[in-house]
Write a protein that binds this ligand. Structure first.
Ligand code: ATP
Length: 900
């Protein structure tokens, strides 16, 4: 890393870095430097090695319990038993290892999808590489719209402006050059010959040489300080672990009671000790954290395939609990495809009508002869001059095709093209000398153009209220300027509001002439008129907003545009019902006192915030979070980063957004669409509901086992399940059905209720009741089958135990279907439709049969072959919990529907 790169000359620096700007580095040198400096990434998260994952499998309490059980068996001389337990231990570890390893690899693959690229010169040729592969000495080409991929010393600069607010807090772009600086240690903001990683190129192009990568960059140093916190798993994973730990104590207590009462009743000592230990193992839902990770990870993939890149597992969870979404308007709710609809000139309005693709200017439905309208021409010319966009070379009627730049500006270029005005012709006569970039505070931009007589024409466009404030004149029909009176200014503002109320995005255009290109742009302007652009709402946004309403999620529009435009669009897409809704402006937020109850009430009731600056977005997020809301916030600009970070779910725009916004956010929308946010929330909810379901599924099954075995021990009856059978059932049969539930698709129900309270425990009172109910039911049917076999059929104990073993095993399999949503159909729910569920049932069914019919397994598990009569008992016994359960779920569904 070169700390003094800014004070060296370009030649010196290139020499020090041993590179030329024409050829760049060669591959061998790149490889060497990469090995030395590592990847160019900000947060370098250490990927867990396979060994670490394998080792972690042996750290669980279950393993300790199994070891104790194996040792006990060995101590009692039960060698086969002891080996079987050790084998179970290994199988447990292998299953855990494989699932966790796969989940991790797929998550790594996912994180690679979000990478950015950089244009470099290597081996004498220009190539695009993954920005993470940059090394010091690489020659990087910067272009407008890029995010600087590493810290660069600029080598060759034409015009280059960078927005460095991510680093310096200064939101006005700074101009760059390649000259060496005299000062040895100037502040970052003054290092004009450097381009810093993560800052945005707002204009121009340049070539630079990489002097620092990854955490050695200036932004890297900052982010290292911020994100030093250790990874502790997601809140959900932590809660599951906590639940598992609490269950262990409970179960050890149960084990002791069972062992002691069995021994008192005169049962064999070894059998009772082993039963107690194995019961404890059975009751610990050891697969929980893994299944949760798998469910969350698969959810991430599912979302990624549908254009929502979720960067952290924990965000999946938070998504499901989101209570309010703050969304910007342009491009998220609308298509970001603008066309000019109306022009307001001093002489009156002109409509722009599209006929057969081409736009036609009309005055009162009569075509306008643009050649003779100097006022209209001046206005269109300002739009063509004051721009950073470029129109594509599309056919007439399809001019926007292949365009680049801000859609607002593209629309103005397109309209001018209809009138026969092209930028390349105009700029020849009026070459651009300088630009005053658009700023979100000024809401204006200006360009300076040299005229034939040596003066400069300044073309200005921007938010109407901003531009009008600086206009002293208005350009008349004849081309002469007249003074703009206060009354006239008010009239123009009213014309602006009228256009905005029709949903148009309105800009004012103005001009002035100066003698010096350094003169201030926004003074003594002559107003040319207003342009109204239409950006249609996205087709499917209405449905998505209705879905949010149904799901109890508030949608609040937060836009930089003006109140009238915002209100019109908000009404059109269903954010508000009123045609004239209440709208707050960003600056009102500052005036409102947060401690004032009435003011808070006003903010609370408002669903549209207009003319909001990035800082005010941050205030809004805080205000809502203070009320306990879980806030999702969209953003794209560099200065949206603080609000994105503060929000519970920061949502960046993948297409329109800057790299900075993408890096600080939790979710990146690859299609920039609002619907995708709603899809992600739905998935988040579905995943949480799935995780809750498989916990209920696992615990109710385990509880059934505990109840049955304890009851038999306490009643001094034979045990319905033997220790190794319990081990077999749990280690093999728990995992697959639970995993299948965990990866079920979302069901309609998840978007019909209010968001879950994030403080709500994973298992509610209702879940515990369900666990208790099903546990008792499963225990009762197993014991009934066992008793029937012993007492009515009069079979021997080995046959009876085989019957209860199979009854329990199959009852647990069918029990999967009891986990369906209350309002889903008996045969049309997402479990019946889930192929993984059927796969799990097939695998487990075969395993259960093998336990009886494969001699080696049956002798190990002490099972015997049974006849048709016995099978009938197994079938009836195992189907009972399913039938009773389905009746219960159906009744619950009916009650819910009638309550609704
Ligand atoms: P949203 O938040 O929904 O994206 P927005 O694009 O209107 O809304 P900003 O980008 O903050 O928000 O722009 C604020 C205002 O600045 C705009 O409403 C417009 O009046 C003006 N403006 C935007 N882009 C330009 C531009 N390229 N040139 C001049 N003025 C502009």
């Amino acid at each position: 890393m070169l700390t003094d790169a800014h004070s060296r000359t370009v030649a010196e620096l290139l020499k020090a870095l041993d590179v030329t700007s024409e050829a760049g580095l060669d591959e061998a040198e790149v490889a060497r430097r990469y090995a030395q400096h590592g990847p160019n990434r900000l947060e370098e998260k250490q990927a867990r090695s396979a060994w670490a994952i394998l080792l972690a499998q042996f750290k669980s309490p279950v393993v300790i319990l199994l070891l104790i059980a194996a040792a006990t068996a060995a101590a009692f001389g039960q060698v086969v038993e002891s080996i079987a337990i050790a084998a179970a231990l290994l199988i447990n570890a292998v299953i855990g290892f494989v699932t966790e390893f796969k989940a991790m690899r797929s998550m790594e693959a996912l994180s690679k999808m979000g990478r950015t690229t950089a244009a470099v010169i290597r081996g004498g040729a220009r190539t695009e590489i993954d920005a993470a592969e940059l090394v010091p000495g690489d020659i990087v080409i910067l272009e407008e719209g890029n995010v600087v991929p590493a810290d660069l010393r600029l080598v060759d600069v034409g015009v280059l402006h960078c927005n460095e607010s991510a680093l310096t807090g200064e939101s006005v772009p700074v101009s760059k050059s390649s000259n060496a600086l005299d000062d040895d240690d100037p502040p970052l903001a003054e290092r004009a010959n450097m381009a810093f990683s993560s800052t945005a190129v707002t204009r121009g192009e340049a070539i630079g040489v990489v002097v620092a990568t990854g955490t050695a960059t200036e932004i890297g140093k900052i982010s290292e300080m911020v994100s030093a916190a250790e990874d502790q798993g997601t809140p959900l994973e932590r809660r599951l672990e906590h639940l598992g730990q609490r269950l262990i104590y409970l179960v050890i207590a149960v084990g002791i009671v069972v062992a002691v009462s069995g021994i008192i009743a005169g049962k064999e000592l070894f059998l009772m000790v082993e039963t107690a230990i194995i019961l404890a193992i059975a009751a610990v839902p050891e697969g929980l954290p893994i299944v949760a990770t798998v469910a969350l990870g698969r959810g991430m993939w599912r979302m990624a395939r549908r254009n929502a890149l979720v960067k952290e597992l924990s965000a999946v969870e938070t998504l499901g609990a989101t209570t309010v979404i703050f969304t910007d308007k342009t491009g998220t709710l609308t298509e970001n495809r603008m066309t000019l609809h109306q022009v307001a000139l001093p002489a009156g309005n002109i409509d722009v009508v599209r006929t057969r693709g081409l736009g036609e200017f009309q005055d009162n439905s009569e075509p306008v002869d643009v050649e003779r309208r100097h006022d209209l021409q001046a206005m269109l010319r300002a739009g063509v001059l004051c721009t950073n966009a470029a129109l594509g070379e599309g056919e007439p009627g399809n001019e926007q095709m292949g365009s680049r730049g801000d859609p607002t500006e593209v629309a103005l270029l397109e309209a001018a093209a209809w009138a026969g005005m092209r930028r390349r012709d105009l700029i020849e006569a009026l070459p651009e000398e300088r630009e005053e970039s658009f700023g979100s505070e000024t809401k204006m931009m200006a360009t300076y153009h040299r005229t034939d007589d040596g003066a400069y024409l300044v073309a200005v466009k921007g938010a109407p209220e901003s531009v009008l404030r600086h206009c002293t004149h208005v350009r008349g029909h004849d081309g002469g300027d007249q003074t703009l009176s206060d009354d006239a200014r008010q009239e123009w503002l009213q014309r602006n509001r009228d256009m905005a109320a029709r949903g148009l995005r309105v800009l004012a255009m103005a001009e002035r002439t100066v003698n010096d290109a350094g003169a201030e742009p926004y003074r003594d302007l002559a107003l040319l008129g207003l342009v109204g652009l239409y950006d249609p709402p996205r087709e499917s946004v209405k449905g998505a907003i209705a879905a949010c309403r149904g799901a109890g999620i508030r949608v609040v529009m937060v836009t930089g545009d003006q109140p009238e435009t915002a209100a019109n669009i908000a009404h059109a897409i269903g954010i508000v019902d009123e045609k004239q809704p209440s709208v707050l402006r960003g600056r009102d937020l500052g005036d409102l006192d947060a401690a004032d109850e009435q003011a808070r009430e006003r903010i609370w009731k408002t669903s549209i915030f207009a003319r909001v600056s990035p800082e005010q977005k941050l205030n809004l997020v805080s205000l809502y979070q203070d009320e306990g809301e879980i806030v999702g916030m969209t953003g794209d600009g560099v200065n949206d980063a603080p609000a994105l970070k503060k929000a519970d779910i920061g949502i960046a725009m993948g297409k329109r957004g800057t790299e900075v916004a993408r890096e600080t956010s939790d979710v990146v929308l690859q299609d920039d669409a609002f619907e995708t946010i709603v899809m992600a929330i739905e998935q988040g909810r579905a995943i949480f509901s799935n995780i809750r379901k498989f916990v209920v599924f696992l615990l109710s099954g385990n509880l059934g086992q505990i109840i049955a075995v304890s009851a038999a021990a306490l009643m001094n009856a034979p045990l319905p399940l033997l220790p190794l059978q319990i081990l077999f059932l749990n280690l093999l049969l728990d995992v697959f059905p639970a995993l299948a539930i965990g990866v079920s698709k979302s069901e309609s129900e998840v978007m019909t209720h209010a968001p879950r309270d994030p403080r709500e425990p994973l298992l509610t009172r209702n879940s515990w009741l369900t666990i208790g109910g099903f546990g008792t039911l499963i225990a009762a049917s197993m014991l009934a089958a066992f008793a029937y076999a012993l007492l009515v059929l009069g079979v021997d104990e080995a046959t009876a135990v085989t019957i209860s073993f199979l009854t329990y095993g199959f009852a647990r399999l069918w029990h999967v279907f009891n986990m369906r949503a209350r309002d889903s159909g008996l045969f049309t729910n997402n479990l019946v439709r889930n192929p993984y569920v059927w796969g799990a049932i097939a695998v487990c069914g075969v395993l259960l049969l093998s336990a009886v019919y494969i001699p080696f397994l049956s002798s190990l598990l002490h099972t015997v072959e049974i006849g048709p009569k016995e099978w009938a008992v197994v079938l009836i016994g195992s189907l009972t919990p399913l039938i009773v359960g389905q009746i219960g779920v159906t009744i619950a569904g009916l009650r819910r529907r009638s309550a609704a």
